[in-house]
Design a protein around this ligand. Sequence first.
Ligand code: SUG
Length: 427
Amino acid sequence: MRVSEINFDGLVGPTHNYAGLSLGNVASQGNAGETSKPRAAALEGLSKMGQLMALGLEQGFLPPHHRPAVGPLRALGFAGTDAQILAQAAAEDPALLRNASSASAMWAANAATIIAAPDSGDGRTHLAVANLSTMLHRSFEHEETYRNLRAIFHDETHFAVHRALPGGAHFSDEGAANHMRLAADHSARGVNVFVHGGEARGGRYPERQQKRASEAVARLGGLKAGDPMFVRQSLTAVEAGAFHNDVVAVANERVLLAHPDAFDDKGLFFDVLSARLPQLVIAEVDVSLEAAVRSYLFNSQLVTLPDGDMALILPAEAEAENTVWAAVQKLIDGPSPIRRAVVVDVRESMRNGGGPACLRLRVAVPDAARAGLDQRFLLNERRIEALSVLVERTWPEAVAPSDLLLPDLWRDAAAAMDGLRATIQGF
Ligand code: SUG
């Protein structure tokens, strides 16, 4: 079967804001209380999608979620019309309302884990929705994610979309951000590497991916015992602010690019992986962990271009960090297949700890499964333009955390989402 990769980027939602909700995420905490720019953020994201398309890559998008999330507030006992529920929550539990207002679904790498068709055993592509149960604001995402993914990947002969894992924080799962598929190429059978946190390691930050959750996702995806690899993230990396594996490592086809301190038991991991995938190329880039977390070098997208070379899609912050940029030049001049560096500006997302790789869910799609996708979520220039016009017209220009408690913003956000629905219907 011939398989190619489609990146689905999360479109930044109209309530994008800096509420400082993610303990252990250095940028989210550092920018808490600042005023965000949702319109600029969404346009940055669309422009990144356009840059990838200009490289000859296929690009899709996932819609933002409806925020504030009234459903969870209703389930938590607030009653009445939507407006009444939000007003009551604003008055009685403003911290809860801020959590229910996050546009965090933009970080599509946390939406689900993808088990590719050549690996899954039943020939289907499996999408296991992440429960994101460690962080309150992110735990509100999985139901809408499930509905969206079911609608987009609707053909059950080709796609299996699994509901988020039950079990709350005992099975905390953060999706593709902690999963790497290594394979000779996208069409070949791959090695699925699941990176997880530790239990009771005494660190100051939450470890957001439980090993048992990864094991459950591997089972749901049809991987047989002995197939998947489970690798523990190093505590040093977590303590430096690597709240997901994709802050310190990225893989594409036969290449693994990682910080030297990304994993525990690295020697064993690399030995086993090399034995299972003889074509494996490991590129370690030795910059300080602080510089890696600040610049999000490893949160680059690593993609295969139509001519077979690989490109790193880096955030502008990586170009601004001297030691990091020097290391990138060295990498590109070196023996790995990575030949190009493409810089994107996703500054608004970066300030919440979300780089280029966080913003996309990559799905390896077999040729035969393409028709089973809702084509309206695949982008072309006309659609990017239509989405950009909509964002220019209806996304709020600026949002301060105090605005989250005001009916004006709730109305504006709802109107923007209505506009989005109409725009997608017209595609
Ligand atoms: O879960 N930030 C996100 C960033 C997710 C990045 N994703 C990956 N690494 N794949 C998070 O910490 C900040 C929200 C706030 O503070 O308002 C936030 O949720």
